[in-house]
Design a binder for this molecule. Structure first.
Ligand code: DX5
Ligand code: ZN
Length: 215
């Protein structure tokens, strides 16, 4: 499958956000990963609708919005209006997942669902055929710069096998601890959208690291 690199601007220098955005576009990233945290679903706060709206003006790349918030349904319209191209919410959040997916699709946006490390991927099987993407967290959500959880690899494999058995070519995104040493493992397991934050933004030469991830 075609490998896509989604750079997580959570690790960018927020004092120079549009320059950091340019740096990831110039480095050859495919998507911009935008982590929204509400201080409730995860023990951290990040940024939200107004920041997405501003960044969208300067981004030629699709905005890949990852909602780590308790009540996603209430915010779909706001993030859609602000320019989200993909919206991923968590299976563990409040609300009926099928209703949330429908709401996202009604705005002409791709819909993804994410599972935290302790959540079995089978919880999303009842509505798997309605999703454009599944995000398998490879760290506990909330912070950049954490170590990759190797025990998530069988989960990615299980999901790719399930999708294959259903004849679906749904994207599998992975998020957390993705570097040149973990990227080959997640790709081998069946992931095709790789989120990376600290490995890319802390790099002297981001383009080189994007190439290494793509492999
Ligand atoms: C964590 C976020 C990630 C984070 C990844 O909750 O969802 O997108 O920015 O950062 P790294 O690549 O540094 O693990
Ligand atoms: Zn994320």
């Amino acid at each position: 499958m075609n490998i896509l690199i989604s750079s997580s601007i959570l690790s960018a220098d927020f004092g120079f956000l549009s320059a950091e955005l340019d740096r990831s576009i110039d480095a050859g990233c495919d998507l911009i990963h935008f982590d929204v945290m509400d201080g409730h679903f995860v023990p951290n706060l990040s940024y939200g609708v107004p920041v997405l709206k501003s960044l969208k003006k300067y981004s030629r790349l699709p905005m890949d919005v990852h909602l780590m918030i308790t009540n996603p349904l209430e915010y779909i319209d706001k993030f859609a209006d602000a320019g989200a191209d993909i919206i991923t919410f968590h299976a563990e959040a409040n609300g009926n997942p099928e209703e949330i997916i429908e709401k996202i699709h009604s705005r002409g946006i791709k819909a993804g669902v994410s599972v935290k490390p302790k959540t079995p991927v089978s919880v999303i099987y009842p509505y798997l055929d309605k999703l454009d993407m599944v995000l398998v967290m490879t760290v506990e959500p909330g912070f950049g710069g954490q170590g990759f959880m190797y025990d998530m690899l069988p989960k990615i494999k299980e999901l790719r096998n399930k999708l294959d058995s259903m004849g679906l070519a749904t994207d599998i995104e992975v998020d957390g601890g993705i570097t040149d040493s973990t990227a080959p493992l997640v790709k081998e397991a069946g992931a095709n959208v790789l989120v990376s934050g600290s490995y890319l933004y802390k790099a002297e030469n981001m383009a080189q690291n994007v190439k290494k991830l793509r492999g």
